[in-house]
Write a protein that binds this ligand. Structure first.
Ligand SMILES: Cc1cc2nc3c(=O)[nH]c(=O)nc-3n(C[C@H](O)[C@H](O)[C@H](O)COP(=O)(O)OP(=O)(O)OC[C@H]3O[C@@H](n4cnc5c(N)ncnc54)[C@H](O)[C@@H]3O)c2cc1C
Length: 455
């Protein structure tokens, strides 16, 4: 008889896959349940039939401080699929002032940041020093300072730290919008400060990582192969319609087709609204642990995949300033794929104002923004474009949202939570998803040990 504890993992995104890998490595029997036909959740890719290009649901960038993500990719044999720049270098094109770079030399942090900000051509000298002050300030923050900052918006904090509109426009707002997927007017200063410290001030690597593969081939495929090789039972098109609660905890799961799954522990990485739909109403509403989750809001991302008749972008990705489109990626250059013309992807984070626009208007806006920033694009012809709207791309890390984010242990003893929206301290990002998955797996380990000790 198999004496290993059985764990059901709900959801096969970054969080569920990393949790399942940890559990399998820890000697558990794992059943991974995913409602879709493929793994990847909010970070996946597919092949575009017309061009043969690998298209991600939206361009994803990785930071050098994504230690959990790198460890996870190494564990599934996919570490080499992610390429990090040795130094932090961000290229910008300002619609009014042209191109400039934020380039940090390869010095240990925070010296690299110091040199990068001092050399930032998009700002005058007094503003470069003011920007440096924010770095010094952020570096000194203690955990209790960060907790106090939870209820402050990033905009308020930046104003208090003497950051002028010019500094915000050139550096903090583009970084914040990309990292937090939220407008600095509502985003939590604490979440920004945590990312800023981890990414730029921790002394660790601060380069930017881009995947040399479509997202599904970067991690979802390799994770699946690892799991199946190690005896994990993976079931697609297996949406959990009910988490069945009994007097002692979760009794089992009911799938959409009526099948029942029983396990010793249940690790959910479902996004908040899916978790709420699967739990009994009384359970969800009777306990403040669950109830507060319902108040977490989400923030959309709009991505626009564009095919032009010629190449004109000189960087793998650039930040666009003074435009509604925020970042532009040269998809084909990043993937190293061949093809006539160019294959680009544009991104708008915190895209509430555009999410309900018709695709044709979004495409026209992106085309206009690109032409305004890149003169060579004005001679190029747009052949085709595709809009991907992710209405619930991430939770909204707005000021005060940290109290709505639960830890991994729920009031139900054998139900443990992961997912990028749980209380990792990070915004909704891959690293948060992976860390939450690994933390939840460790909690399952503790629960199983406690449970067996009681027996
Ligand atoms: C367009 C876009 C761009 C982004 N850019 C970046 C970036 O540049 N860098 C970065 O770090 N992060 C980025 N993110 C965020 C990152 O993609 C997410 O943080 C991460 O993918 C979340 O992973 P997760 O496993 O927590 O959740 P999910 O990926 O949402 O996984 C949950 C899984 O549960 C499944 N599920 C739902 N309900 C059920 C059910 N009832 N039964 C079974 N399964 C169910 C879902 O299908 C899904 O596969 C971006 C996100 C988007 C959408």
């Amino acid at each position: 008889m198999d004496s290993r504890p059985t764990v059901a993992v709900l959801g096969a995104g970054w969080s569920g896959l990393s949790a399942a890998v940890r559990l399998v490595e820890g000697g558990c029997r794992v059943i991974l349940l995913e409602k879709r036909a493929v793994p990847g959740g909010r970070a996946l890719s597919y092949t575009d039939n017309d061009s043969g290009d690998a298209l991600d649901n939206g361009p994803h960038i990785f930071l050098g401080c994504y230690s959990g993500t790198i460890r996870f990719l190494d564990a599934i044999g996919a570490g080499a699929r992610l390429r990090f720049s040795r130094r932090l270098r961000l290229a910008f094109i300002d619609r009014e002032r042209g191109a400039f770079q934020f380039r940090c030399p390869s010095l240990p942090s925070p010296w690299n940041l110091l040199a990068g900000l001092l050399g930032l051509r998009g700002l005058d000298l007094p503003d470069r020093f003011r920007a440096l002050r924010l770095g010094a300030w952020a570096r000194r923050l203690t955990e209790s300072d960060l907790q106090r900052l939870e209820s402050s918006t990033l905009e308020t904090w930046l104003a208090k730290a003497g950051q002028t509109p010019a500094i915000r426009r050139v550096i903090w707002d583009p970084i914040a919008m990309a990292a937090l997927n939220e407008d600095p007017a509502v985003a939590s200063a604490a979440v920004f400060a945590r990312v800023f410290r981890e990414a730029f001030l921790s002394g660790g690597p601060s380069g930017i990582g881009l995947s040399a593969f479509g997202l599904s081939d970067l991690y979802a495929g390799p994770a699946l192969r690892f799991l199946e090789k190690n005896g994990c039972e993976v079931r697609f098109r297996s949406g959990v319609s009910r988490i069945l609660i009994g007097p002692g905890g979760v009794d089992g799961l009911q799938l959409g087709d009526g099948t029942r799954i029983a396990a010793d522990a249940y690790l959910s990485t479902l996004p908040p609204r899916d978790l709420q739909a699967a739990l009994p109403r009384t359970t969800f509403h009777s306990d403040p642990y669950f109830r507060r989750i319902a108040s977490l809001e989400t923030s959309p991302v709009v991505s626009i995949h564009l095919w032009y008749d010629r190449k004109f972008l000189e960087e793998p990705f650039v930040g666009l300033l003074g435009t509604r489109t925020q970042w532009l990626f040269d998809r084909r250059a990043i993937l190293g794929s061949e093809g006539e013309g160019s294959g680009l992807s544009a991104v708008i984070s915190a895209a509430r104002s555009y999410i309900d626009w018709p695709a044709s208007d979004i495409i026209a806006m992106a085309e206009e923004d690109i032409a305004a920033c890149v003169p060579a694009a004005r001679r190029a012809r747009l052949l085709r474009a595709k809009v991907v709207k992710e209405r619930h791309a991430t939770f909204s890390p707005r000021a005060g949202s940290s109290r709505l984010r639960p830890g991994p242990r729920t009031p139900i003893p054998n139900l443990i939570l992961g997912g990028d929206w749980t209380d990792t301290g990070l915004p909704g990002c891959i690293e948060g998803a992976v860390r939450s998955g690994e933390r939840a797996a460790a909690e399952v380990g503790r629960f199983v040990l406690e449970d067996r000790t009681v027996e």
